[in-house]
Design a protein around this ligand. Structure first.
Ligand code: PLP
Length: 390
């Protein structure tokens, strides 16, 4: 029996990048001395009031089918927040609840793209993007955000990348892996290109609440953009809720209607008790959420101080998120070799930066979302390993 052509498009380097990470997780679980620094899951627990809201919702019997588009309460909470952040009008009709940003991205890609289309994606890009966009049958046209440009987009290349097959521009800001936050001028240039060529834009804002330096600007807030932008995000990072799969897509109403048809035949609604807790999370300014951001900023600074001690590792201070991108080229190894040998010798798992795109070839991506003690141990092992090579 043969498998579908879709299944062949779901592979690729991005999907394979998780191999070392899964090995490390297994080894750590079996009690080996392994430090997992390869994933964007912080050690913070979901704030207790959110958990309590979920438990109460379960006890009250919110265990039946829920509306396909998401509960009104959660959708309204998302709309209110987006409206306050962007100054644009956002209503219930613009919001679809999805199983995390990942599910929102996939759904948006399916509605925006057809086989034969091209999608301009800024790279380095989150590792699932490749399979996500290719699943639609479209071709990815990457546009670099190189270290030499502070990991911001090369706008001339962006303009040149658009052809008559382009139907979508997709990017994340803040960026995973680099932690770059695109300034207004870059977003205006992207917006101008999208308006000029009549393109959809997917804006992945999952790290928007974890900015340490600079401000987040939603591209949907720029003139002419709310009618062509699909903003995707979730509570995974900001509220330490990755396992809850509580995310959303905000889009113009005609696009939203199509998204909801896709939800009907894929998820048929998401758990009501999760949505009650998620709505509570958005409706309340919890101190715990500020503590997560402040704690990550402290950890970023600690990690940078340790890395500064090593002459062979180069990095730019990330403005946001939970990762450092470290250039390992002066050690004489490729980034894949560095990641593999670091794991075998020091028991630290990191991501090979080249899997995020050509702009991060020669780098590794290392999380700083763990306790000071584990972080110091892990980063010191990385420095020790780099020093041992040169
Ligand atoms: C840029 C980016 N987009 C999307 C996701 C997926 O997030 P979620 O947990 O909301 O599906 C991640 C997760 O690390 C990410 O880094």
């Amino acid at each position: 029996m043969k498998l579908s052509s879709l299944s062949q498009r779901l592979g690729g380097e991005g999907a394979a990048a998780w191999d070392l990470h899964f090995q490390a997780l297994e080894a750590a679980k079996s009690g080996k001395d392994i430090i997992v620094m390869s994933v964007g899951d912080s050690d913070y627990d979901t704030p207790a009031p959110i958990v309590e809201t979920c438990v109460a919702a379960l006890r009250s019997g919110d265990t039946h089918y829920s509306p396909v588009a998401g509960s009104e309460k959660f959708r309204n909470a998302v709309a209110t927040r987006h409206q306050a952040a962007t100054g644009t009008t956002c209503a219930l009709e613009n919001v679809t609840i999805c199983a995390g940003t990942q599910n929102a991205l996939f759904n948006a890609a399916m509605i925006a793209l057809s086989p034969g289309d091209e999608v301009v994606v800024l790279e380095p890009m989150y590792v699932t993007y490749e399979a996500t966009f290719r699943a639609s049958g479209a071709t990815i046209v990457p546009v670099p955000c190189p270290a030499g440009n502070d990991f911001r987009p090369d706008l001339d290349v962006l303009q040149a990348a658009i052809t008559n097959k382009t139907n979508l521009i997709a990017f994340a800001s803040p960026v995973n892996p680099t932690g770059a936050v695109f300034p207004r001028s870059d977003l205006e240039a992207i917006a101008q290109a999208a308006c000029q060529h009549d393109l959809w834009v997917i804006s992945d804002e999952v790290y928007a609440d974890l900015i340490f330096d600079g401000n987040h600007i939603s591209i949907a807030s720029l003139a002419g953009m709310s009618e062509r932008t699909i903003t995707v995000s979730s509570l995974s990072k900001s509220h330490a809720m990755p396992g809850w799969r509580a995310g959303w897509a905000i889009a113009p109403e005609p696009f939203t209607n199509e998204l909801q048809k896709l939800m009907l035949c894929s998820t048929y609604g998401l758990p009501g008790f999760i949505q009650q807790a998620a709505a509570f999370a958005l409706e309340n300014d919890l101190d715990e959420v500020d503590n997560i951001r402040d704690g990550l900023q402290h950890r970023r600074d600690l990690a940078c101080r340790i890395l500064e001690e090593c002459a062979y590792l180069k990095f730019q201070i990330p403005q946001a998120g939970m990762f450092l991108v470290i250039d390992v080229q002066e050690t004489g190894l490729t980034s894949a070799e560095f990641a593999e040998r670091l794991y075998r010798k020091e028991g630290v798992s990191v991501m090979d930066g080249s899997t995020f795109g050509p702009s991060t070839v020669g780098t590794i991506r290392v999380s700083f979302a763990m306790s000071d003690e584990i972080l110091s141990d892990g980063y010191n092992r990385i420095v020790q390993f780099a020093n041992s090579l040169v």
